[in-house]
Design a protein around this ligand. Structure first.
Ligand SMILES: *[C@@H]1O[C@H](CO)[C@@H](O)[C@H](O)[C@H]1NC(C)=O
Ligand SMILES: *[C@@H]1O[C@H](CO)[C@@H](O)[C@H](O)[C@H]1NC(C)=O
Ligand SMILES: *[C@@H]1O[C@H](CO)[C@@H](O)[C@H](O)[C@H]1NC(C)=O
Ligand SMILES: *[C@@H]1O[C@H](CO)[C@@H](O)[C@H](O)[C@H]1NC(C)=O
Ligand SMILES: *[C@@H]1O[C@H](CO)[C@@H](O)[C@H](O)[C@H]1NC(C)=O
Ligand SMILES: *[C@@H]1O[C@H](CO)[C@@H](O)[C@H](O)[C@H]1NC(C)=O
Ligand SMILES: *[C@@H]1O[C@H](CO)[C@@H](O)[C@H](O)[C@H]1NC(C)=O
Ligand SMILES: *[C@@H]1O[C@H](CO)[C@@H](O)[C@H](O)[C@H]1NC(C)=O
Ligand SMILES: *[C@@H]1O[C@H](CO)[C@@H](O)[C@H](O)[C@H]1NC(C)=O
Ligand SMILES: *[C@@H]1O[C@H](CO)[C@@H](O)[C@H](O)[C@H]1NC(C)=O
Ligand SMILES: *[C@@H]1O[C@H](CO)[C@@H](O)[C@H](O)[C@H]1NC(C)=O
Length: 775
């Protein structure tokens, strides 16, 4: 009984609600309205009708305004340029679906001017404030309904939520704002606000044809020059690149649709957002896009930068001087600055400027998938490219934006500025960086990005653990897989050492080195973010009987050559010249095609000039791979890396670990065993049986063993350099006879305990980072 009653009540309510909805919906559509009548949107937010602006004696306009508030606020006007002079006007839908406004003599004073028409067309005022003309036979209000015409395509001075501000890149159609002439005159004033017609997306405000303000280019989250327009709790916004419809536009959405908020281009050329406050019954000025004097377009001219905290506000970029110093002295900065040293194109370098609003992108080019390095290369190649930067700021910076021609309208931003790299003559670059400490060039990742990429460092994502902390795998929102080394909070490595180390690794770029994508230093967290190598490390394969079968001889030879090239780059060709100090199979990562990449630069040291040997009191590394002079006396040099390389080569060929190698006939380690076979002319027996036989080019195998033995000779002086190694592996020239290896027998190794102790050694200066080394 109870149950039945409830059901009855519910259905009754539903019927009433449904009736009300249809009744209201029908009132928002119309065929024609006369002056004096109005149309209200279904939810009652907006109203359409005839009005006279305050102080505009007698002129009648068709417009849309907020219905529910006490202050009449018109957001759109149809006949802006053609007011009626009496109240005889009628707005109606003509037969083929055109909206016309006629006067008492039945003359059209305004029309919707559509080319697509339909016989049963009706007009409707939507809850968004959009006045649309649609095919009347369409009963359903589909979300993506194509309208015959809509007022949202022809904004006035007001941008409502859901309106577009942008362009169609094929038809050239442009959604833009135009100011009113005065509060009493809605006809077009002197100011427009629109998407730049060319180059990468940004928005410009013009007075007539002169630019007065730019937002700066879109950086994936906001416009470069308007950090104060960033995400907030009233509305969200985005820049849409709709490749299907060839549209590129800005639009915003209110987070709470019952909050009233609008963006207006005022008749004085200010771009302002207002939000309605019920309590005070008034519009609250939420923000003005133009922050200060520095937002006056090109105030400081080409290559000038405006800094509101300085007096005078204008200055030249480093390496530039005022074009006309006299004008500059009288605070006329409009002619800007010129280079102290002209560009030569060849050999030009790029100088980083941080914390700026990006210059005008009218002459620009962009690519969303290139990274900063590729961007630099592309810009270097084209002499008319004057600057480059990341396109988007998210995820440590992605994409490529390049400028051509003069750089105009830059300013300093105290918060949320961006980094730009400006082309400078090589000699100028030298002068500028000579005394100056180089910045941390590595992209900084946001902690929230890393937290979300690794599911908040979940155990499922953990790849390994070492003395420094843990390694997690993760995936960025763009689908890129990463490995994150998270320093333990108890690690004694300080921020400065961490940064110092990070800068060193960041500058190394080679296909046989694992790539560091960035770091994260935030809220007492310190992390390194690497590209992820899905196929783990070399030791995972070569020392496993079954998995080692995946590596045939040609693959192993490729791996040997790859490691050699990577190490050659470290020793000789990289800007820094680096000694790795911990080369081993576990530090060679493999990509999808089993290309080797050297990782783990935690122990690496760079050496300058002609210094090639150094000494340390603290020997860290991995026994079995360490050269005698390093393990016993702490001397390290490129030749100690060569020793480790030789050990790795013999391991790759034999599939056996140097340490822990055992043989029934003797007590030698792998090096000693290889040496014995070599002296007896039986080197080929060293080859891993899982490589298979007969088909292997034994000449290549024998040469590799020979090179390996040359690398592990006791005296560092006897060992070849990595450039010799690369040459020898390629079969060039005769090979000399190797001397007996250093660390020949097992007894020359140390105890297992010490290995563990040392490989996890952790002090302020030297921490063994062992990426992906899941022990
Ligand atoms: C309508 O026509 C009459 C007679 O031609 C003319 O006097 C009047 O000015 C016209 N009104 C408008 C609004 O054009
Ligand atoms: C006005 O013009 C339309 C179309 O030309 C016509 O259908 C309508 O009857 C006219 N109205 C008057 C009052 O003349
Ligand atoms: C109406 O169409 C004509 C011709 O296509 C065009 O020149 C004019 O600018 C259009 N007017 C409006 C208000 O769109
Ligand atoms: C528009 O610009 C012109 C020329 O500078 C000026 O005379 C006029 O007063 C301006 N109009 C408004 C509404 O500011
Ligand atoms: C939306 O705003 C209205 C009016 O300010 C308020 O009453 C309501 O609680 C808000 N809704 C949400 C979900 O915040
Ligand atoms: C302003 O920018 C210039 C050029 O990048 C830079 O040298 C200067 O330090 C910046 N000043 C401030 C206060 O950020
Ligand atoms: C953008 O860069 C990517 C990667 O370098 C390249 O594959 C692509 O062709 C580039 N796109 C354009 C339009 O140049
Ligand atoms: C440099 O870039 C500009 C603009 O994209 C292009 O027009 C020009 O052809 C390029 N020059 C070279 C040498 O690639
Ligand atoms: C991540 O985990 C930590 C500790 O387990 C917790 O305090 C924190 O709130 C989590 N953060 C997020 C964003 O889930
Ligand atoms: C290597 O990585 C690729 C891509 O992740 C995967 O498909 C393949 O199975 C991996 N190979 C091995 C042997 O793990
Ligand atoms: C290089 O060696 C020479 C002579 O051995 C020495 O005078 C010079 O200072 C060294 N240069 C550097 C940068 O170490």
């Amino acid at each position: 009984m109870m149950c039945g009653l409830q059901l009855f009540c519910c259905s009754l309510l539903l019927i009433i609600a449904a009736t009300l909805a249809t009744a209201e919906a029908s009132t928002s559509t119309f065929q024609s309205i006369k002056d004096g009548e109005t149309i209200v949107s279904t939810d009652g937010t907006f109203e359409l009708g005839f009005f006279t602006p305050a102080g505009a004696s007698g002129n009648r306009y068709i417009g849309i305004w907020y219905k529910k508030i006490s202050v009449t606020t018109v957001v759109w006007v149809a006949n802006r340029e053609t007011p009626l002079t009496d109240s005889s006007g009628i707005l109606r839908i003509t037969d083929p679906g055109i909206l016309v406004l006629v006067n008492q003599n039945n003359t059209t004073v305004w029309s919707s001017n559509t080319s697509t028409t339909a016989p049963n067309a009706v007009a409707q005022l939507l809850d968004s404030g959009n006045l649309v003309v649609k095919d009347g036979s369409d009963k359903v209000d589909a979300e993506d309904e194509k309208y015959l015409w809509q007022s949202f395509d022809y904004p006035g001075d007001t941008l409502l939520a859901g309106m577009k501000l942008g362009r169609n890149t094929v038809t050239g159609f442009n959604w833009h704002l135009t100011s009113w002439r005065s509060p009493s005159d809605p006809s077009q004033g002197n100011f427009t606000f629109q998407h730049g017609p060319r180059g990468y997306a940004e928005q410009v405000l013009r007075e007539g044809s002169d630019i007065t303000f730019r937002t700066g280019p879109w950086n994936g989250i906001r416009f470069s020059g308007t950090p104060h327009l960033g995400p907030n709790y009233v509305y969200t916004y985005q820049l849409v690149f709709d490749d299907h419809d060839h549209e590129e536009y800005y639009s915003y959405k209110l987070l709470n649709s019952s909050v009233l908020s609008r963006l207006v281009l005022t008749q004085d050329g200010l771009l302002q957002r207002y939000t309605w406050i019920d309590r005070t019954q008034s519009w609250f000025l939420y923000l003005t896009a133009q922050m200060d004097n520095c937002d006056n377009y090109a105030l400081c001219g080409a290559y000038g930068a405006c800094n509101i905290e300085n007096s005078p506000v204008c200055g030249c970029l480093k390496g530039f001087v005022p074009k006309f110093p006299k004008d500059w002295d009288t605070m006329d900065w409009s002619n800007g600055c010129v280079r102290k040293t002209p560009l030569a194109c060849n050999g030009d370098k790029f100088l980083k400027y941080s914390g700026v609003k990006f210059p005008n992108t009218e002459q620009s080019w962009f690519n969303k998938s290139m990274n900063l390095k590729e961007c630099e290369m592309e810009c270097t190649r084209n002499c008319s490219c004057t600057a480059y930067s990341n396109l988007y700021i998210s995820e440590g910076g992605t994409g490529c934006l390049m400028w051509f021609g003069d750089l105009i309208d830059m300013r300093n931003l105290t918060e949320n500025g961006q980094d730009i790299y400006i082309r400078m003559a090589a000699s100028e670059q030298g002068k500028l960086t000579h005394s100056k400490k180089e910045d941390l060039e590595l992209p900084l990742f946001d902690l929230a990005t890393i937290v979300s990429a690794t599911s908040n460092f979940s155990n499922d994502n953990k790849l390994g653990e070492g003395g420094f902390g843990c390694v997690f795998k993760g995936m960025l929102r763009n689908g890129q897989e990463i490995a994150v080394k998270r320093l333990s909070k108890h690690s004694s490595q300080g921020v400065n050492e961490f940064k110092n180390e990070v800068t060193h690794i960041a500058k190394l770029q080679h296909r046989n080195l694992v790539k560091l994508l960035g770091c994260c230093i935030q809220a007492d967290e310190m992390m390194l973010i690497y590209e992820c190598m899905p196929n783990k490390s070399l030791d995972f394969f070569i020392f496993d009987q079954r998995k080692s079968m995946l590596l045939d001889w040609p693959k192993r030879f490729d791996i040997i050559n790859g490691i050699a090239r990577g190490l050659l780059y470290l020793h000789q060709d990289s800007r820094l010249r680096v000694i790795h100090r911990d080369l081993k199979a576990g530090n060679i990562l493999l990509d999808n095609e089993f290309n080797p990449k050297i990782s783990d630069f935690g122990l690496a040291r760079s050496f300058g000039g002609n210094e090639t040997v150094a000494e340390t009191m603290r020997v860290v590394g991995t026994y079995g791979y360490m050269s005698p002079e390093y393990a016993s006396d702490g001397f390290y040099s490129t030749k100690s890396d060569v020793f480790s390389f030789g050990v790795s080569v013999l391991e790759i060929i034999s599939g056996k670990r140097n340490r822990g190698f055992s043989h029934p006939d003797h007590d030698l380690n792998l090096l000693g065993h290889a040496w014995n076979l070599y002296t007896e002319g039986r080197s080929i027996e060293l080859l891993d049986t899982s490589v298979g036989d007969s088909t292997n080019p034994s000449e290549e195998v024998l040469r590799s063993i020979h090179v390996g033995l040359l690398c592990v000779q006791k005296d560092p002086e006897d060992r070849p350099s990595m450039s010799d190694v690369v040459r020898m592996l390629s079969g060039e020239g005769a090979l000399s006879q190797p001397e007996k290896p250093g660390f020949y027998s097992k007894s020359s190794d140390r105890s297992e305990n010490q290995v563990n102790h040392l490989s996890r050694a952790c002090s302020a200066n030297e921490v063994s980072f062992t990426l992906l080394d899941a022990r």
